[in-house]
Design a protein around this ligand. Structure first.
Ligand SMILES: [Zn+2]
Length: 361
């Protein structure tokens, strides 16, 4: 079957495996085929669920699996068969120094990293302890995998600098986290950073000084008052408010901006009722609807003078409007410049030392 799928149907190995696994599962549970046909289940979901489906749980599990993303299916599987927490571990990855790629093509055999993730000793973790001449492992993408309800295994490659900082943090937090648990350290650091960023961008605080009712919402300046930003963020649940034609709300939570329903440039107030959170893509879409696609495109090509008032509006509409230097009419609006592009790619030298960290959060 595998040979037929790869050699006759010219499927990739992964695609072939997926279809074979799905077909075998459908033989045991024919309802899977119905769900695949009407779009309630995708092939990846079938393959992931198959080992956990029984006659007893089939109906209940498949009802919950309908129309779920691959990530949601993984969470469901983790619930069906929870795995124990993994121990925090840091292990060194083999590295190659850039100059040796050319001068020493016949490098000695690589020094293998420990086969099992184990708590590395301080001496093993020193960057200079890494064997020279070992080939660089290709950078592996970070992995966030559900292993049980509300438990995730996180695996990523860290720089030597991050590893050193974690050691320093571990020392400083000895009293609150005596065992130096990596997951707890990272959770603490991330929580503090989140608190600071959310306080700055969305004015989140436990001690608000003013309520939205006490706040002047006339758009006399571009600054959106903190009580208003706070109330809008809380009301919108920190998520983009865009709702498509089918009534589905956008799930984006990244780079959220404040959007004036009645445009700021047209006199729209900084009121809770007139503001909503939008992701950059939908904020741009709404700006095009309001000001016209042609004008927005011309603006992006550099006709800034003509669109300056709108640029100010867009900046004021975003959380980033808080920084005064970003409020200048000549400043670039958050949705007016592509976030990515040739100029945005930072080319960094190959790191001297890479470390791989993993644990449960
Ligand atoms: Zn959105």
């Amino acid at each position: 079957m595998f040979a037929y799928a790869t050699e006759s149907l010219h499927l990739s190995e992964a695609e072939a495996y997926l279809r074979i696994a799905a077909a075998r599962a459908a033989r045991r549970h024919p309802v899977l085929l119905e769900m695949l046909a009407d779009g309630r289940l995708h092939l990846s979901a079938m393959a992931k669920l198959a080992p956990h489906l029984t006659d007893a749980n089939r109906e209940r599990v498949l009802e919950r699996a309908a129309h779920r993303t691959k990530r949601q299916i993984e969470e469901l599987v983790a619930e069906l068969q929870p795995r124990p927490d993994v121990a925090p571990a840091i292990r060194k990855l083999p590295v190659r120094r850039p100059e040796q790629e050319h001068t020493r093509p016949a490098a000695p055999p690589p020094v293998a990293a420990p086969a099992t993730a184990a708590r590395a000793t301080q001496a093993e973790l020193r960057p200079d302890a890494v064997a020279p001449g070992a080939p660089a492992a290709p950078p592996r993408p970070a992995v966030v995998q559900p292993i049980a309800p509300a438990r995730y295994q996180v695996r990523f490659t860290a720089s030597a600098e991050l590893h050193e900082k974690l050691n320093r943090l571990r020392g400083l937090m000895k009293s609150s986290i005596p065992d130096g648990d990596l997951g707890a350290l990272i959770e603490d650091a991330v929580s503090e950073k989140l608190e600071r960023l959310e306080a700055r961008r969305f004015a989140k605080t436990n001690r608000p000084r003013k309520s939205p009712e006490e706040t002047d919402t006339t758009p006399s300046s571009r600054h959106i008052p903190a009580p208003i930003r706070r109330a809008v963020y809380a009301r919108d649940g920190g998520r983009c408010c865009f709702v498509d034609r089918n009534g589905n709300r956008c799930t984006a939570r990244d780079g959220l901006e404040f959007h004036h329903r009645h445009g700021y440039a047209r006199g729209g107030a900084h009121s809770v009722a007139n503001l909503e959170l939008q992701c950059p893509v939908h904020n741009q879409y709404l700006a095009e609807l309001e000001y016209g696609r042609d004008r927005m495109q011309r603006y992006r090509k550099g006709v800034r003078e003509e669109m300056a008032p709108y640029a100010v509006a867009s900046l004021a509409a975003s959380g980033r409007a808080l920084e005064q230097d970003q409020l200048r009419p000549d400043a670039v609006g958050p949705y007016l410049t592509p976030q990515t592009g040739p100029g945005a790619i930072a080319v960094e030298p190959e790191p001297v030392s890479r470390l791989s960290a993993s644990g449960t959060l």
